[in-house]
Write a new protein. Structure first.
Length: 174
């Protein structure tokens, strides 16, 4: 599978990593200690099968023209995972610029194989992940640790693609 992602500028990245660390230090299996060298806070716009190089380049060009993009994080979301486990995420407010960008990415990916329905326009819930898959007790602990979680404004300043087969990250655009 191949992802299309936006990554955070340094200040935004630090803010999200601070929340990851708070959760990890409190005993929640957060994303703070993910060992993959390319792991960092990101917003996934699309997940699909392998992409032709020209299609990936076109997406990169589109994203280069749209960045930097300011967004607001607001509220905690919980997504189902395997069995009883859940994933906790920080919701990204889907403003008009982000919605339009997402739609344009998928317009360019219209012929992409195996599109994940969870990331298609109309189904997509923009978010930044906070935890790995946790049991209900871990989810409850995360909510206690974070309390009334504040909104945060930040900037996405770059784009990348992750190839799940090779485990390699490719920078998109300029």
């Amino acid at each position: 599978m191949r992802t299309i992602e936006l990554t955070c500028d340094p200040a935004f990245d630090r803010a999200v990593r601070t929340v990851w660390r708070r959760l990890a230090d409190g005993g929640v299996d957060s994303l703070a200690d993910n060992p993959h060298p390319g792991h960092r806070p990101h917003l996934t716009l699309a997940v699909c099968g392998p992409l032709a190089p020209d299609r990936l380049a076109a997406v990169g060009e589109l994203l280069s023209g749209a960045l930097p993009l300011e967004v607001r994080l607001s509220g905690l979301l919980s997504f189902g995972a395997r069995s009883r486990r859940r994933v906790l995420a920080w919701g990204v407010v889907p403003g008009p610029a982000l919605i339009d960008l997402h739609r344009e990415v998928w317009r360019l990916l219209a012929v992409a194989p195996d599109p994940s329905p969870l990331y298609l326009p109309g189904r997509w819930m923009p978010h930044l992940g906070l935890t790995r898959r946790v049991e209900p007790d871990g989810l409850a602990l995360a909510h206690r640790l974070l309390g009334r979680h504040p909104d945060l404004t930040g900037v996405f300043d770059a784009a990348r693609s992750f190839d799940t087969d090779s485990q390699l990250v490719d920078r998109l655009g300029g």
